[in-house]
Design a protein around this ligand. Structure first.
Ligand SMILES: Nc1ncnc2c1ncn2[C@@H]1O[C@H](COP(=O)(O)OP(=O)(O)OP(=O)(O)O)[C@@H](O)[C@H]1O
Ligand SMILES: [Mg+2]
Length: 301
């Protein structure tokens, strides 16, 4: 893909002493300016994959390309500081003894004073922290601290930013607001992002594409609509949509269940790889109206 900023080819990582790989044969590419979600349960390898992209871990199999340039393969890893990536962590990781402005300018050491001031000002404005430049982290709320971390990652104007569950320590209201703000900031600046989350709703509402992971493997990749409406496995249907399942038999374009027979919509058949499917996943968006549910089967499996 010509305009892809990041490409992973069969990336595999196994930690010393563990019997199964933490990340196994993961392949995907990320287009410039796109937001890609890594979604999966705790321990499925999301952070490990992000650390491989950042260069904090070495891989044992496959390769990683940034702008078509190989930055990691077995036995070789471009150092993190040469990858020009921004990073935002769950726990903000701010320097407690530095002000907001100093925290943001920390990674901009080589810039001339005027340019540095400009960049810090620009980033502070972007994340809506104008007026708080001289505060210290302990004088800020959790949401404000995460904005500082975001501004710090944005200030060097990276082309790609990696975010590891940046919103999970925040209360629900702040989380919902920041979710939309992060998306609009990324879109405004054209910065591509890999956004790790275990929250389905967050991935569906914030990302352009989602990689669903399970036990180190890529289960499905697609737009939020594709993953939500056409999960390609029972695991994805269960994890992403919390769908309900009924044993079913497929006869032609009819699916027979113990509660009745239903016609299978053409688009579902198109997306269904396994015609011998034995389960009907039911959209649980409208639990109060089972008729609606049954007219919107999500997947056949
Ligand atoms: N440095 C390490 N040494 C050995 N095993 C590790 C190391 N880091 C992670 N692992 C293991 O690799 C697997 C994936 O961990 P990882 O942190 O990538 O999961 P995660 O999807 O980010 O989980 P969470 O949602 O809880 O943050 C886990 O089984 C974990 O115990
Ligand atoms: Mg993690």
């Amino acid at each position: 893909m010509v305009d892809s900023i990041l490409q992973l080819e069969q990336v595999t990582k196994q930690f010393a002493g563990s019997i199964v790989p933490a990340v196994k044969e993961i392949t995907f590419s990320l287009a410039q300016g796109d937001i890609l979600g890594l979604l999966g349960a705790s321990g499925c390898g999301k952070t490990t994959l992000l650390r491989l992209i950042a260069g904090f871990e070495a891989l044992q199999g496959g390769s990683i390309l940034l702008h078509q340039r190989e930055i990691a393969r077995p036995g070789y890893s471009l150092p993190p500081e040469q990858r020009n990536l921004g990073m935002v962590f769950q726990d903000y990781a701010l320097f407690p003894h530095l002000t907001v402005a100093k925290n943001i300018s920390f990674g901009l050491g080589k810039l001339a004073a005027r340019e540095l001031q400009l960049r810090v000002g620009e980033s502070i404005e972007l994340v809506g922290l104008t007026g708080l430049e001289h505060r210290y982290p302990h004088e800020l709320s959790g949401g404000q601290q995460q904005r500082v971390a975001l501004a710090r990652a944005l200030a060097p104007r990276p082309e790609l930013i990696l975010l590891d569950e940046p919103l999970s320590n925040l209360d629900v209201q702040v989380r919902l607001r920041l979710r939309q703000e992060i998306r609009s900031i990324l879109k405004e600046t054209g910065i591509a992002a890999v956004f790790v989350t275990h929250d389905q709703e967050e991935a569906l509402s914030l990302c352009d594409r989602i990689v669903v992971m399970q036990a180190g493997r890529l289960e499905q990749i697609g737009t939020p609509q594709e993953v939500y409406n056409y999960p390609n496995s029972r695991f994805v249907a269960d994890f992403v949509t919390q769908g309900n399942f009924l044993p079913a038999q497929i006869v032609g374009n009819i699916v027979q269940t113990e509660i009745g027979d239903f016609e299978i919509p053409a688009e579902i058949l198109d997306h269904s790889s396994d015609r011998r499917a034995s389960n009907l996943a039911i959209n649980s968006d409208h639990p109060a109206n089972s008729t609606i549910n049954l007219k919107n089967p999500l997947a056949l499996r």
